[in-house]
Ligand binder design. Structure first.
Ligand code: PLP
Length: 379
């Protein structure tokens, strides 16, 4: 008896290594790479991914919370870690203890970090953010010089980075270029005053790929690391670059049935067969993270062919029309995301079917789905 998974994700670590090498070329030798590994490394599994990225030349890690920072520290010591969001007041002491660099937008945050640093008898390295059009984190451009001056007066803090965030790098190159110009101008003012920053960063994957912005001296890449290029202009910009999706998502056929014409399918009978239909019951559902929005919209690969999802996706199972596939057997593999034969379902394609974005598709894959690694373990 061999045990096999019902629903699992395969992560190709060699694809990840290759993607990082491509990013290195894109960004230039002099540019640092901050690998964004928040949300369990975009659903790929933080520990394994961090280990591979450490060996493949990532310079800094970007996280969304302190548990992620701790997981990185458990894999390898010494890498700088930047908290991408604002730290809660209750997290400040822990961030200082774990040497996680905060992203600061305000004087209040700086005061809290200064106090914690003094208490811990240490110096906290921090990145100051400026809001050039994202409206989320960052000081307003007019307030930035004042804020930096004030932070300079606080004990226990050193400003090692200056950054901003593009809100529309995937869809609006002009807006991004405007944000870049504003950031560059601010930077120019500081340079004129003789002030340098160790890390200056603005670009996410799309901004790096489409280059409506210069990379400054560090880029923050998430999606591209995992081998996914968002649709449209990014895809055009990526031609010639060799980026490979690292993650494939699979399930199995548990049962094959024939349903006569007029058969209702799944909850709410949102689908009724119009002819004799061969259906496969598939061992994946929304509890695995397969989008319920995929109901009656998405397709899966069975026997190397696209097969429509019929009716609503349920918690643990779903139904696909496999009438067009030659032979379908219980136990065989179904591809939800990735390649089978000559066909491929990309995260972009599944996202489009479900009216969402590839980031959400990946990060919604739940804990129940084991991640299986190929291409040499690193951790
Ligand atoms: C998540 C995140 C990124 C990565 O964006 P991608 O489009 O996935 O490359 C970059 N910067 C910040 C601040 C982020 O939070």
């Amino acid at each position: 008896m061999t045990e096999c998974y019902r629903c699992w994700a395969e992560v190709d670590l060699n694809a990840l290594r290759g993607n990082l090498a491509q990013i290195r070329t894109l960004a230039g030798r002099e540019t640092k790479i901050l690998a964004v590994v928040k949300a369990d490394a975009y659903g790929h599994g933080l520990r394994q991914i961090a280990a591979v990225l450490m060996q493949s030349g990532a310079d800094v890690f970007g996280v969304a919370n302190l548990a992620e920072a701790r997981a990185i520290r458990a894999v390898g010591q010494g890498w700088p870690i930047l908290m991408l969001g604002a730290c809660l007041p209750s997290e400040v002491g822990w961030a200082v203890r774990d040497h996680v660099m905060p992203t600061l937008s305000s004087y209040e945050e700086a005061v809290r970090f200064s106090a914690a640093a003094v208490w811990a008898k240490t110096v906290v390295s921090c990145h100051v953010k400026v809001d050039t059009g994202m409206g989320r984190l960052g000081a307003l451009p007019g307030q930035l010089p004042e804020l930096l001056k004030a932070i300079d007066q606080l004990p226990g803090l050193t400003v090692s980075g200056l950054c901003t965030h593009y809100s529309s790098a995937e869809e609006d190159a002009d807006f991004t270029a405007g944000q870049c110009r504003q950031f560059t101008a601010l930077l120019g003012d500081f340079t004129a005053q003789g002030r340098q920053f160790e890390c200056v960063h603005a670009c996410n994957s799309a901004a790096l790929l489409r280059a409506p912005s210069q990379p400054f001296n560090m880029v923050r890449v998430g999606l591209l690391t995992y081998g996914i290029v968002s649709e449209g202009a990014c895809e055009r910009a990526a031609t010639g670059w060799n980026l490979t999706p690292a993650l494939s998502w699979k399930a199995r056929v548990s049962l094959v049935r024939y349903l006569p014409a007029g058969s209702p399918i799944s909850y709410g009978h949102t689908r009724v067969t119009t002819a004799l239909t061969r259906v496969a019951i598939i061992t994946a559902g929304y509890a695995d993270g397969y989008p319920r929005a995929a109901s009656n919209r998405a397709q899966v690969l069975v026997g190397g062919q696209f097969c429509p999802v019929l009716g609503r996706v349920t918690m643990d199972q779903m139904v696909a029309d496999v009438s067009a596939v030659d032979q379908v057997q219980a136990g065989e593999e179904v591809v939800l995301l990735g390649r089978q034969g000559n066909e491929q379902i990309t995260a972009n394609l599944l996202a489009r079917w479900c009216q969402t974005i590839p980031w959400e598709v990946l990060t919604n894959i739940t804990y129940r789905v084991p991640r299986v690694y190929r291409g040499g373990h690193a951790a």
